[in-house]
Every structure is written in C-alpha cells, then in structure tokens.
Design a protein around this ligand. Structure first.
Ligand SMILES: [Zn+2]
Length: 63
C-alpha cells in the first residue's frame, strides 16, 4: 500500500490524507466526485475538502 496525498491549498505542499491504496485502486476511484474532508491538515491546521481526483500517491521512497 502507498500513502495517499493531496496538495495543501494553503502551503502547496503534499499532505497525507489518511488513506492508503494502490495506484490502480486510486485510478479506479478517479471519477468519484464525492467530497471528503481532511481534518486538521498537518501542514496548516485547517480542514480541506478534497475529491478522489485531487489525490496522488507517494512511494515510501524504498531504494
Ligand atoms: Zn493544509
């Protein structure tokens, strides 16, 4: 599993949204338009609303 990130709109930096999935799983959800909320962003402390298409994976950096 890879960690799922969004770009924090306040800092422009990637923030972990608390989800873990594989790329093909994320891709399969890309058209979902349901809004979800990231509470207390670890970068800016605000809540952020996001959709699946706003998300991306980051590898664990192995290697
Ligand atoms: Zn933020």
């Amino acid at each position: 599993m890879s960690q799922v990130f969004m770009n924090c709109p306040n800092t422009g930096n990637p923030v972990y949204v608390g989800l873990n999935m594989e790329f093909n799983e994320l891709e399969s959800h890309e058209l979902d338009t349901a809004e979800m909320t990231l509470e207390k962003c670890t970068l800016c402390g605000k809540d952020h609303v996001f959709r699946m298409r706003d998300l991306f994976l980051r590898s664990d950096g192995g290697g």
